[in-house]
Design a binder for this molecule. Structure first.
Ligand SMILES: Cc1cc2nc3c(=O)[nH]c(=O)nc-3n(C[C@H](O)[C@H](O)[C@H](O)COP(=O)(O)OP(=O)(O)OC[C@H]3O[C@@H](n4cnc5c(N)ncnc54)[C@H](O)[C@@H]3O)c2cc1C
Length: 588
């Protein structure tokens, strides 16, 4: 990015910290950017990286936190989408499988991992050849092999792999592979990678409106929610990647129909099996996905007519998920097994006139009908890079077209060759993990967990622990997470509020039974040291976080969407102190 102010950390521009945020705000307000990206989900963060890697001056604003919207609430699968295969949407499946391969092998091998799924068969005769042919196609469509091939299993073999299954619930099975990731971590890594390429990024900055001149969008008006300051950002092009908020931000210029998806999290030991599980439901499919020491079970797919900021899980959603999972399990789960719940909104493009959101396409569209503005909607996490490329291609066409700078040469997207922060050097460190454990004093298991979350940035965490050995301790009430991870979140990953650290940089909110109630106090003290919070601010962060999780729990006890939504809204309506944004998002 052309520099109007010295970069805060020439040595490490990928450190998203308060100094970087300040620098970014100066860059956003002191020049006319080539591209302003609005929205810090996977699409927006990917777009900021795409634009910065082409040499464009780019800024990104995000109203809440990186991945605060759908990008932290997904099933966390990087997949071709078997149900699109069944819908004969081969182009979408092939594209997604190609992206899956790139992420697994080149762009984010530290974050994206192969995961096995068992597909239980319930009919003799036709079902095995039908499912087997589909999976054979799935295995061959994605180009170079990045995951093992599908294999057929007899009923006895399937029960050996998945002893948790009710023997009456299947007649055999096919096991296939897809991939998974921690969706919120990947967005933080994308944002850091964009910053390393010169992008100016600021969370806690909400776009309020667009600046227009002579029928052209020329930037945005916004509010810095940390200070309350109103700002104006000049940009030759605005790229909107605001997911379920697209209609709200564009005044219905593009219709997005939000569809709510809920997941529950249960302890790993409650479902004894060595594989994930996929089963059909009347409307769609249900996944039981291995997730560290837990299983993630989901999801639902229902219309959400309320505000996009407060998707709430209700008791009806939870009962549905338990019932569907229990239809397969020998030892049924109960509500007492649940450790965490999260709800998100799929930003589906309302392309067809149907009330059934499972039939809407997950494919994306870019609307460039207003000069100076491109709006992306739809899509899925797996294909974020393609979406980001298409969005910035649209911006480039506008920047170099009539009314723009004709003759300006802007290179094509190169993000298929840009590894995300932490990817370079990951494999070498993985090979040396025993030695790293020996020298750091951390158990091998912790080193492996950290490598699969931070890649080669493990070195930075170990430096923190080297300087302050107490940061190598687990956070009280925070499961396996270490104090160093909270400090790293503040110094490198742009966490500015307690929920950023507990719900997205770590996943304590969904993985620990008290939803992080106990861990909040310790984590807030660590954040206070990094971010300069005084005692009042620290106490207020803890109290707001705890009210937020109390509201989530109230929503989960509510019988339906309406009551669950009201429970979340009530918590969000609490008066906010300076530096606090309203917290209405579901965890996850
Ligand atoms: C339940 C569920 C399961 C899913 N499972 C999968 C899966 O397994 N695999 C897969 O590939 N995909 C999956 N998806 C889809 C995927 O998660 C989404 O397509 C993707 O995360 C959308 O990313 P996004 O950046 O477009 O939107 P979001 O992540 O929602 O980001 C939009 C951002 O814009 C910000 N914003 C909005 N308005 C403003 C404003 N005025 N100013 C500043 N910022 C603003 C919001 O705060 C938000 O952070 C799933 C989705 C859901 C909900």
């Amino acid at each position: 990015m052309t520099s109007a102010a010295a970069h805060p950390e020439e040595a490490n521009p990928a450190a998203l910290n308060p100094a970087h945020r300040e620098w970014s705000l100066r860059m956003l307000t002191s020049q006319t950017l080539d591209v302003l990206v609005v929205g810090g989900g996977v699409t927006g963060a990917g777009a900021a990286l795409d634009a910065a890697a082409r040499g464009l001056s780019v800024g990104l604003i995000e109203a809440e936190d990186y991945a605060a919207g759908a990008s932290s609430k997904s099933s966390k699968l990087i997949h071709g989408g078997l149900r699109y295969l069944e819908m004969l949407d081969f182009g979408l499946v092939r594209e997604a499988l190609t992206e899956r391969g790139l992420l697994l092998t080149k762009l984010a091998p530290h974050l994206v991992k192969p995961v096995p799924f068992l597909w239980p068969l319930t009919h003799r005769g036709w079902e095995r050849p039908y499912v087997g042919t589909g999976l054979l196609l799935y295995d061959t469509m994605g180009g170079r092999r990045a995951v093992p091939r599908a294999r057929h299993l007899s009923k006895a073999k399937a029960l050996r792999v998945a002893p948790a299954l009710n023997p009456d619930a299947l007649v055999g099975a096919v096991q296939f592979y897809d991939a998974q990731e921690d969706a919120a971590r990947m967005v933080a890594c994308l944002a850091r990678t964009a910053a390393a390429h010169g992008a100016a990024l600021a969370t806690g900055v909400r776009m309020d409106g667009m600046l227009r001149r002579d029928g052209r969008v020329t930037g945005a008006t916004a509010t810095d929610l940390l200070t309350g300051a109103a700002i104006e950002i000049g940009a030759r092009h605005v790229a909107l990647a605001t997911g379920a908020w697209t209609s709200a931000n564009t005044g219905q210029e593009m219709r997005v129909r939000p569809s709510k998806g809920v997941h529950i999290v249960v302890p790993r030991h409650r479902i004894p099996m060595d594989t994930g599980l996929l089963t059909r439901t009347e409307k769609s499919v249900l996944f039981v996905i291995p997730w560290g020491e837990h299983w993630v079970i989901g999801d639902t797919d229902t219309e959400w007519p309320y505000e996009p900021s407060a998707p709430a899980a209700s008791k009806a959603d939870i009962d549905y998920l338990l019932a569907k999972a229990n239809a397969m399990l020998a030892d049924p789960l109960t509500a007492d097994d649940i450790e965490g719940v999260f709800a998100g909104l799929r930003p589906l493009v309302a392309a067809v006139d149907t009330a059934d959101t499972t039939r809407l396409s997950r494919e994306h569209t870019v609307d460039s009908s207003v000069p100076g503005l491109s709006v992306i909607a739809g899509g899925k996490y797996t294909t974020y890079r393609v979406m980001a490329r298409d969005l910035i291609d649209s911006a480039v066409r506008d920047l170099t077209g009539p009314g723009g700078e004709s003759g300006r040469l802007i290179p094509a997207s190169s993000t298929d060759r840009v590894p995300l922060a932490g990817a370079d050097g990951y494999r070498e460190r993985w090979a040396s993990r025993q030695r790293i454990a020996g020298t750091s004093g951390l158990p091998v298991r912790q080193v492996e967990r950290l490598l699969n979350r931070y890649g080669s940035d493990l070195d930075r965490l170990l430096d923190l622990i080297g300087d302050r050995p107490e940061l190598g301790d687990e956070i009280p009430g925070g499961g396996e997470y270490l104090g160093a991870e909270i400090v790293f979140a503040c110094g490198f990953e742009g966490a500015v509020h307690l929920d950023d650290a507990l719900a997205r940089r770590t996943r304590i909110t969904i993985e620990v039974r008290d939803r992080g109630h106990e861990a909040a106090a310790h984590a807030a003290t660590l954040m206070a040291g990094e971010l300069g919070w005084d005692a009042a601010r620290t106490a207020s962060e803890v109290s707001r976080y705890r009210s937020w999780i109390a509201a989530q729990l109230a929503g989960e006890a509510a019988p339906d969407d309406e009551h669950a939504y009201q429970a979340l809204k009530a918590a969000a309506a609490q008066p906010a102190s300076p530096g606090h944004r309203p917290q209405a998002r579901a965890c996850g």
